[in-house]
Structures are given as C-alpha cells and as structure tokens.
Design a protein around this ligand. Structure first.
Ligand code: GAR
Length: 223
C-alpha cells in the first residue's frame, strides 16, 4: 500500500446503497487507501443514507434535485465535492445523467458501476433485457465516466451465469454480489495509483487496458 495520504472519496447514490456499503467497509478496514469524505444522494429518502450514517459517514442531499433542473443539481453537487476536497468520485447507483461539462471537470477520477457487460446493454433495465434476449452470460462493469452515457473505458468486469428460471430479482442479486467485489477492487487500484487515466484510456500497472480485465464468477457456488 502507498505511503501517500489516503484519497478523499465521494460516493454518490440514489437508492439502496449496497455498493456504497461495500466500498465504505473496505475503506474503513484499510483495504482501500481512501477515506469516504462524503456520501451524496439526489434523494433524501435513499435508504443508503441511513447505512452511511450508521457507519459514521458524513452525508449530503442535493436539495435542489426535485425542484430544479440538471444544471442546478450539478452546481450543488460540485459545491459539495469541492467543500470536501474530493479526489475520487464513485457513482454507485446514482441515477442521474451528468452533463458533458460536469464530467469533463472530473474525468479521470470519476467511476461508475453498471449492471451489464458493457458495451452491451447500456441504459436501464439491463437484467430484464438480458433475460428477454435469452443470454447465458451477464455481469457488471466498472468504468471511468466520460460524457457519453455508460461508454467510458471499462476497467474490470464480472461475469455471472444466467440460470434457467432466473427472474430479474434472482439475476440482479447474483450480479450485485459481484459488484460488491469488483467496485472496491478498482477503487483500491486507483487509490494505490496502479490505475490511472492517461490519453483518454485506463492504464493498470503501466499497461493500457484496451479490453477490460474480466473476473469470471460462473464457477463460483451461488445461492
Ligand atoms: C447497482 O446494481 C448498479 O449496478 C446499478 O444500480 C444498482 C444500485 O444498487 N447502477 C445502474 O443501473 C447505473 N446505470 P445499490 O444502490 O444497492 O448499490
């Protein structure tokens, strides 16, 4: 682990916050060289906020989210990020689309997790669409955020099997269990400066990732 000061991280949520909790626990355990400076939600009723507070984390709600448009939301978001001196931003089920200028300001230090094997199934309802397509493999992707939705360079993907009889609920649970492993792993690499953004691409240990690293969970026993 690096001898440098831990990174100051912001985690952005809109809902349950299971990825937030997985990341925060790894930071608190010292497995990621980062400190969760603030958990930010665009929804005051996001269940993840309670979990964050139980872990003793600072939280912020973007109050203008319901009443104002995207620009006001981003002004509010930038103010919170700057006030906390955030070095890295993790979108963890944050269901807002950020504008190109906003993303440009943080490019190279903002990550997202998306529940599909990108570039497949960008956007919403990925589990349903995978089932409708009768795919046999599914997964999640951790990627750098760029202006185009769900299109930034992917660092790490998990692969899971789609099982006969799967529903959206069973499939999403199987994918999410892997999200909780791969997202902290990527943030750990970034915090150790093993993972960097250079020339519009992701580089890990000095090697440009033209294709993502893949972790295959298909052989892992599952419930
Ligand atoms: C996660 O499964 C994440 O992949 C997905 O939202 C869920 C949030 O769950 N993100 C997206 O769909 C982004 N397009 P969580 O609140 O329990 O972490």
């Amino acid at each position: 682990m690096s001898t440098r000061a831990p990174l100051e991280a912001a985690i952005l949520i809109s809902g349950r916050g299971s990825n937030l909790m997985a990341i925060a626990r790894e930071c608190l355990a010292g497995h990621i060289a980062a400190r969760v400076a603030v958990v930010i939600s665009d929804r005051a009723d996001a269940p993840g906020l309670a979990g964050a507070r139980e872990l003793g984390l600072e939280t912020a709600v973007l109050k203008s989210a319901e009443s104002a448009g995207g620009a006001a939301l981003e002004v509010s978001l930038a103010a919170v990020l700057e006030a906390h001196g955030c070095d890295v931003i993790a979108l963890a089920g944050f269901m807002r689309i950020l504008s190109g200028p906003f993303v440009a300001r943080y490019v190279g230090r903002m990550f997202n997790i998306h529940p599909s094997l990108l570039p497949g199934y960008r956007g919403l309802h990925t589990h349903r669409r995978v089932l409708e397509a009768h795919d046999t493999v599914h997964g999640a992707s951790v990627h750098f955020v760029t202006a185009e939705l769900d299109a930034g360079p992917v660092v790490l993907q998990s692969r899971v099997a789609v099982m006969p009889g799967d529903t959206e609920a069973t499939l999403s649970a199987r994918v999410q269990a892997t999200e909780h492993i791969i997202y902290p792993r990527v943030l750990g690499w970034f915090a150790e400066r093993r993972l960097v953004w250079r020339d519009g691409a992701a580089w890990l240990d000095g090697r440009r990732l033209d294709t993502p690293i893949v972790e295959d969970f298909r052989a892992t026993p599952r419930s």
